[in-house]
Design a protein. Structure first.
Length: 234
């Protein structure tokens, strides 16, 4: 798959695509995925996602690759072995040096660094979960389960929804993965084609994003567990 399309699939916000605002970045990314928008427009939007770009550039630099290489993008959003070459010191330096340039207040950057686990990894799920833990004003667990990249096995397909078995996260004293539960999620036939029962799909914000291979499913699970292990040390 084209790397810009892959990044667009995971970056756009499904909850915004029905807004009647054609200039909305999420709508443009969605239209690009459907073949209705120029690739250059999608790439322009991705490059403006400065925090995401910092993580992509870090993964790329530590693996002698480019930020928009497909395996770099997959590492950040889904997880793969490229993440293993980025360590705590790399992430700490990036946050200290580059996050201030994003306009974050110095005290927020210091809070992020102070609460950066030794086993932190530069993934989308780590970024989402770490931020949710530190932001006391957001209902943490519901936000994490809604916003993180997860996966589900398709049980049944309907016109605009699908029933999947997926593993939510729970938290008592620590985070853990619950046993599979059944859940209805949004299924956009124009967006996600050639899906059948027992396929695996990636999920974000209750929306089926992409059909996953067995290796990709294993990587989502593996690197989600690494994020959980890291955050459970806080």
């Amino acid at each position: 798959m084209d790397s810009i399309k892959l990044a667009s699939i995971y970056l756009f916000n499904p909850k915004r695509i029905n807004y009647q605002v054609e200039e909305l970045p999420d709508r443009k990314l969605y239209d690009y995925i459907l073949g209705k928008e120029k690739k250059s427009e999608a790439e322009k939007i991705l490059k403006k996602s400065t925090a995401v770009m910092l993580f992509l550039e870090l993964i790329a630099r530590k693996n002698k690759k480019k930020a928009f290489d497909s395996d770099v993008i997959e590492a950040y959003f889904i997880g793969n072995e490229l993440l293993d070459n980025v360590n705590f010191v790399d992430m700490k330096k990036m946050i200290e040096k580059d996050f201030v340039k994003l306009g974050l207040k110095v005290e927020i950057v210091k809070l992020l660094v102070k609460n950066l686990p030794k086993k932190a990894i530069p993934s989308f799920n780590f970024q989402i979960m770490h931020a949710s833990i530190l932001n006391k004003e957001i209902p943490m667990l519901s936000n994490i389960n809604d916003s993180r990249i997860s996966f589900g096995r398709v049980i049944k397909l309907f016109d605009e929804k699908m029933l999947v078995a997926y593993n939510p996260l729970e938290k008592s004293k620590i985070f853990s993965v619950k046993n599979p539960v059944k859940k209805e999620i949004i299924y956009d036939k124009e967006f996600l084609k050639d899906i059948k029962e027992n396929d695996f799909v990636s999920i974000k914000q209750n929306f089926a994003l992409q059909k996953l291979t067995k290796k990709q499913v294993d990587n989502v699970e593996k690197y989600t567990n690494k994020v959980i292990e890291a955050l459970n040390t806080l």
